[in-house]
Design a protein around this ligand. Sequence first.
Ligand SMILES: Nc1c(/N=C/[C@H](O)[C@H](O)[C@H](O)COP(=O)(O)O)[nH]c(=O)[nH]c1=O
Ligand SMILES: Nc1c(N[C@@H]2O[C@H](COP(=O)(O)O)[C@@H](O)[C@H]2O)[nH]c(=O)[nH]c1=O
Ligand SMILES: [Zn+2]
Length: 364
Amino acid sequence: MKNDQYFMKLALDLASTAKGKTNPNPLVGAIIVKDGMIVGSGLHRKAGEPHAEVHAFHMAGDHAKGATLYVTLEPCSHFGKTPPCANLVKESGVSRVVIAMKDPNPLVAGRGIKILEDAGIEVVVGILEQEARRLNERFIHNMLKQMPFVISKVAMTLDGKIAASNGHSKWVTGEAARQKVHYLRNEVDAILVGIGTILADDPMLTTRIPEGGKNPVRIIIDSGLRTPLDAKITDCSEAETWIFTHEGVDEEKEAALLGKGVQVYSAPQGEGLDLTFILKQLFELGITDVLVEGGGEVNNAFLREGLINKFQVYIAPKVLGGRHSLTPFTGKDVESMDEAVELEFDSVEHIGDDLLITAYPKQQ
Ligand SMILES: Nc1c(/N=C/[C@H](O)[C@H](O)[C@H](O)COP(=O)(O)O)[nH]c(=O)[nH]c1=O
Ligand SMILES: Nc1c(N[C@@H]2O[C@H](COP(=O)(O)O)[C@@H](O)[C@H]2O)[nH]c(=O)[nH]c1=O
Ligand SMILES: [Zn+2]
């Protein structure tokens, strides 16, 4: 007899196939099981489309009577773009509902479960909860902090260099690792770099994957509005470019960039531009996650303001050396190892010839 974990894992795998496609909504999978047989399944594919439960019940029809529903997120209880799933579950005739995690959306947050329990349905919560929370780490952060989820991606040699002192960096990591970065770009709403990377690499910051992907919004931190008018990222035919700069910059330059379709936003400036202000503004503009791809100054600014929620560090099997080679987190000097930002390693994976280390800030 297959157990609750077996079917919840299936629901999580279903949900994960829509990664990056449901923003700002979470990833949700639903499986309906009757006498050990799957009679309905579904996932949420895109914000505004039906929820996972709707698809599953549509497929199950009358087989839902007396069945068990496995769903990776508490059925919603509010009228958003779609009617509440909790009512649908109540009317479906299922006798048992197994939920991986409660919905952190204040509009739901336990109300869905209450509707089901008040209808006499047996509800079990917390099956594979950690996996479900990891799958929806971006959504949970959005709901709790009203901020975009920030991923810091670094590609460095074994001895921690991202480029030679003259900025030469092509390439640190190999084809497989670089392609995996493009799949990550395909999943996020925005990619962010500092003006240093624009001046050094003149990157396109678009998603190039064989099956064609979604180009994230390109965010440039450029307090002095130094982005060259002929920089590749000023061509907005394939992707949007939003430059964050400081008030009182060169109006002519700004007008020329606006003329090319670039959007220019201003932000308060302390030592550098106020990144918390920028992230809050990005969240208001609908950005739910941001891939920060460097360089060292911008990475360090995010690090020191405690704004990085996830680290993805690619390590190449090479040693560059060089007293002034560039490193992934620079900024002003530190006096002691005690100033290090502590992390927790989550996973190490081989990606082609490179390693990918995923880490999270240590929970205080
Ligand atoms: N130099 C390397 C990287 N370098 C990343 C740079 O910051 C910049 O994003 C790239 O030059 C992007 O260019 P484009 O957007 O593809 O046109 N990133 C990597 O993962 N590996 C490396 O070896
Ligand atoms: N995607 C999803 C849920 N998403 C929940 O509903 C909210 C979005 O509602 P709406 O705007 O109507 O799509 C979202 O913020 C989250 O709280 N709930 C579910 O029961 N099943 C689903 O598949
Ligand atoms: Zn719903």
